[in-house]
Design a protein around this ligand. Structure first.
Ligand code: FAD
Ligand code: 2HG
Ligand code: ZN
Length: 483
């Protein structure tokens, strides 16, 4: 974009003066020969679907460095792309052209933890799994968990307002985050690192950064309220004959497990078959079923929780809501049952390409979309019934049923416009007609830029643009993305 300055030697020298000479602070393909290989991990996204052409990656170590970098970029019209663990699934985490990548990986300090209130304060570059392990040692849990926990960063989680596997229990980051520190495009440091649960003094500005996808500033630290870790955790995995049965099971789980229910996930048979083929793992149940659910309970009393879970399982099996099931007997089994759910996302891109949709749909209609998508592929001639399960094209549905959040993944051998045409804009129209959301948790990024109107009115999009222009009048923050 000719509005933005092309990087030259003087810019790189300036960034070096901010960051110092440490080789881990800067990957320079402008004045030095950083190879494409060095830059690849920052330019290509997790799905290998979006690829930018950044020639400079900056890795600040402190909020002050982020501030100096942004001020210089703003003064000189240099476009930037904030980046965390680069596990985002909508193309928002990588540049489109040659934006400067500002990667937060080196900002990885835990700043404080109060083991009475459970308030945890950390830099944005802390890896989610590291934060959770730190809290586990102190009897607490990070109130967010997701399959990419080993790579994603807290700042990226905030910027995408990640939902994950336990939102049902702990709620959204909009509620758990107590304070943020962020740097605005002109270098201003917004210190709102509050540790208060209650603070009704005007607009709650931090909420704009939660789910802001790096379009109005860079999150550099957060404070978050963490709950006690439950000593008794049980996981059950069961097979069901229909989606209606899965809904009945969910209703019973809420009724009978009530306060100890911490996750309710749904996977269709095709998604489990795909996971087994891609990973080589054996599925937990002997027979195959059209649907599977995974339930997790977390409580403080093992005997009490096991009794509740067993009563629930006896009931749902007695009533023939559930056809067969297994309860994990130890931590290894807990992990392997969870892997059947968490592993689907990665398995779906095993054969080369994948089209991912992350949707909020009213629960009774949630699975209709998957069934209709299969029909559309059969009618298009791109998939026949015999192809199913042979990795030519797999249409799989799974997700956070407890949050009415479906993940529709269409796995194929390579990215193909013909496949995309069957899906878009049909998926978005379908969801809009049912008053759902075209992004339940992954955000809009580049992938859904054109489609925001399916979930937000013109008035709301206009207001969003005004907010963006107010915070980032020169438009340097993550340009070309959804706003
Ligand atoms: P990145 O991918 O690096 O960035 C994501 C966006 O945030 C980009 O727009 C980027 O510009 C911006 N950003 C990053 N850091 C900052 C910062 N410090 N300040 C401002 N902006 C910033 N998501 C869910 O909601 N639920 C799930 O269950 C879930 N499971 C996943 C499982 C797998 C296997 C994978 C690969 C992804 C999954 N995701 C899930 C997607 C999810 O968005 C990310 O995993 C995570 O929240 C992104 O964090 P990240 O550090 O990788 O951010
Ligand atoms: C999950 O719940 C993630 O596993 C990823 O949100 C979903 O890959 C996907 O579509
Ligand atoms: Zn998800």
């Amino acid at each position: 974009d000719s509005r933005f300055k092309e990087l030259d030697k003087s810019d790189v020298e300036h960034f070096r003066s901010i960051l110092g000479e440490s080789s881990s602070a800067i990957i320079d393909g402008v004045t030095q020969e950083a190879s494409n290989e060095d830059l690849e991990g920052y330019n290509a996204d997790w799905m290998r679907k979006y690829r930018g052409h950044a020639r400079l990656v900056l890795k600040p170590e402190s909020t002050e460095q982020v501030s100096k970098i942004l001020k210089y970029c703003n003064d000189n019209m240099i476009a930037v792309n904030p980046q965390g663990g680069n596990t985002g699934l909508v193309g928002g985490s990588v540049p489109v052209f040659d934006e400067v990548v500002i990667n937060l990986a080196r900002m990885s300090k835990i700043r404080s933890f109060d083991d009475v209130s459970g308030i945890f304060v950390a830099d944005a570059g802390v890896i989610l799994e590291s934060a959770d392990s730190y809290l586990a040692e102190r009897g607490y849990i990070f109130p967010l968990d997701l399959g990419a926990k080993g790579s994603c960063q807290l700042g990226g989680n905030v910027a995408t307002n990640a939902g994950g596997l336990r939102l049902l229990r702990y709620g959204s980051l909009h509620g758990n985050i107590l304070g943020l520190e962020a740097v605005l495009p002109d270098g201003t440091i917004l210190d709102d690192l509050s540790k208060l649960r209650k603070n009704n003094t005007g607009y709650d500005l931090k909420q704009l950064f939660i789910g802001g996808e790096g379009t109005i500033g860079i999150v550099t630290a957060l404070s978050i309220l963490c709950p006690q870790r439950s000593p008794a955790v049980n996981v059950a995995y069961f097979g069901l004959q229909s989606y209606e049965k899965a809904q009945e099971a969910f209703r019973e789980a809420k009724k009978q497990l009530s306060e100890i229910l911490s996750a309710f996930e749904m996977m269709d048979g095709q998604s489990q078959n795909l996971y087994a083929r891609a990973s080589g793992a054996k599925l937990p149940l002997e027979e195959e079923y059209p649907f599977y659910c995974l339930i997790e309970t977390s409580g403080s009393n093992t005997d009490h929780d096991s009794e509740k879970l067993n009563t629930f399982l006896e009931h749902v099996m007695g009533e023939e809501i559930v056809s067969d099931g297994v309860v994990a007997q130890d931590e290894t089994q807990v992990q392997s049952l969870w892997a059947c759910r968490e592993g689907v996302s990665e398995a779906s891109q095993h054969w080369g390409g994948v089209y991912k949709y992350d949707l909020s749909i009213p629960l009774p209609q949630l699975y209709d979309l998957v069934a209709e998508a299969r029909t559309r592929f059969e009618e298009s001639g791109l998939m026949s019934k015999e192809d199913e399960g042979k990795a030519v094209l797999d249409v799989v549905g799974y997700g956070h049923m407890g949050d009415s959040n479906l993940h529709l993944n269409v796995a194929c051998r390579r990215y193909d416009k013909a496949v995309e045409k069957v899906l878009e804009p049909w998926v978005y129209e379908w969801v809009a007609e049912r008053h759902g959301s075209i992004s339940a948790e992954h955000g809009l990024g580049l992938a859904k830029k054109e489609f925001i109107g399916y979930s937000r009115s013109e008035t709301m999009v206009k207001l969003m643009k005004q907010i963006k222009n107010f915070y980032d009048p020169k438009g340097i923050m993550n340009p070309y993305k959804y706003i």
